[in-house]
Design a protein around this ligand. Structure first.
Ligand SMILES: [Zn+2]
Length: 467
């Protein structure tokens, strides 16, 4: 029996923060109470003056593994996650080969299990050619949900999701569209899994296509109308099919408005945004250059303020990173050619504690990073909370010590990110994955996690509302 007692800290429990001791036995939280006595042989950690928080569940990361080891792999991804207090990651299916069948899902899980330092779940991919049988198989094999990339074609020879509007290449299968989702959403609903979308309408994007000479060109080429139209259209299909629609990386005020309209008309819909959309605006481009190029793009101060307000009101319930590393070479050079995406998993917790504090309630952070993500992932019976019977995924944070984001301290293969140079008024002290130390060379090893619950959209509308 490995025993652990974390005492003296302010613990974020399902009933809110309180002073308590957290007793851990064999990787599981045994008790949360005022008792300070540990059983003999227990490791005791004095967390006086510290926060004791549930580990974060980042529902949107790109491990690049298998496919692009020069960018990242499960070892470097999960080392960065562990260092930042993210104890579970949900990996997106656009690795290579893409996760469009149970066979690919299972081999990816085996590969990840050998390398992971934190727990992980895997998303399955919806292609325009996907069948209901293929979705059944993926669900049975343990996919946490399905992701559809509107406007992203599929290379049949490379088994790879590609952004492309040049569809004359016979190797390219057309992107999934509203027809694909109208056909498959009822099946996803029956399977009890969420349907996540990359929400940019390809027809709107095509109408605004232009050379990307400046950051303004990037914004003009990816207008918020593209996000809003995609959300509205898929929301109709979600409402009719009863599927749980999850909108990835919400970036705009207009997209938020479209989503709120859909929620009001009875769509079961969750919204996810990312720290980069809350901490940066187009005004940061002169300082950051290609490091902040991503899709959808980081927009204006008005968009940032709308997203912050959506979080404050509980309409946006989840914050993920869309951690998407590339090599230094791929992030440098002519702006048009710089690849889109940036790492972020290591700075998620600290950045969002800061955002929550600045919004006036630091305890909003574990709701965005732990509680709501656990529901999306179907893990709400084992993860996302500090309570008896839950996995001992625990982060100890010092609220009186600052952390500056410096590339040298990053564990991801891509050390340069869009938040370089930011400073947060918190520091990670210790991270436990199922009771094992995970930060700074700890012994924790990751497990593949699968849903223990169906995605039940009933009561979901405005998840986080009124809290
Ligand atoms: Zn992504």
């Amino acid at each position: 029996m490995t025993e652990l007692l974390i005492k003296g800290g302010t613990v974020y429990t399902p009933d809110g923060p309180r002073k308590a001791g957290v007793h851990v036995s064999d990787g599981v939280i045994a008790r949360v109470d005022a008792a300070v006595e540990a059983s003999s042989g227990a490791r005791i950690i004095d967390a006086t003056g510290k926060y004791v928080l549930p580990g974060a569940i980042d529902v949107h990361v790109h491990s690049r593994d298998p496919g692009f080891p020069e960018k990242e792999d499960f070892r470097s991804l999960t080392a960065a996650a562990a260092a930042g207090g993210v104890t579970t990651v949900l990996d997106m299916p656009n690795t290579v080969p893409a996760v469009d069948s149970s066979g690919v899902l299972e081999s990816k899980a085996a590969l990840a299990r050998a390398k992971a330092r934190v727990d992980f779940g895997l998303w399955g991919l919806i292609r325009s050619s996907s069948t209901a049988d293929q979705l059944d198989e993926l669900a049975a094999a343990g996919a946490v949900g399905f992701k559809a990339y509107l406007g992203y074609a599929f290379s049949l020879s490379r088994k790879q999701v590609l952004y492309s509007v040049e569809m004359d290449d016979p190797d390219l299968e057309p992107p999934p569209d509203y027809g694909t989702l109208a056909r498959l959403a009822p099946q996803v609903a029956r399977l009890g899994l969420p349907l996540a979308i990359h929400a940019e309408d390809p027809a709107v994007l095509a109408a605004f296509r232009r050379p990307l000479l400046t950051y303004r060109d990037l914004l003009d080429s990816r207008p918020p109308e593209a996000e809003a139209v995609a959300i509205s259209a898929v929301a109709v299909l979600a409402r009719e099919s009863g599927v749980w629609l999850h909108v990835a990386h919400l970036s705009s005020a207009l997209g938020l408005r479209a989503a709120e309209d859909a929620m009001r008309s009875g769509t079961s819909l969750t919204l996810e945004t990312c720290p980069q959309f809350l901490l940066l605006t187009d005004q940061d481009f002169d300082r950051l250059g290609g490091a902040m190029k991503m899709l959808p793009p980081i927009r204006t101060a008005a968009d940032r303020d709308a997203l912050l307000d959506g979080l404050r009101r509980g309409v946006i319930s989840i914050v993920s990173t869309d951690h998407a590393p590339h090599t230094d070479e791929e992030k440098a050079g002519v702006f048009e050619d710089v690849l889109s995406g940036a790492p972020g998993v290591q700075t998620l917790y600290l950045s969002m504690l800061q955002v929550a504090k600045d919004l006036g309630d630091v305890w909003l952070a574990p709701r965005w990073l732990c509680e709501a993500p656990a529901r999306l992932a179907g893990l709400e019976e084992s993860k996302g909370a500090i309570a008896a019977g839950y996995d001992a995924d625990i982060v100890i944070v010092d609220p009186n010590r600052r952390t500056a984001v410096r590339p040298a301290g990053m564990r991801s293969r891509q050390r340069h990110g869009a938040l370089d140079g930011k400073e947060f008024g918190f520091a990670i002290e210790e991270v436990f994955v199922r009771g094992e130390s995970a930060a700074r060379g700890g012994r924790a090893r990751g497990r593949w996690v699968r849903r223990s619950r169906r995605a039940e959209p009933a009561g979901l509308v405005g998840l986080g509302e009124g809290r």
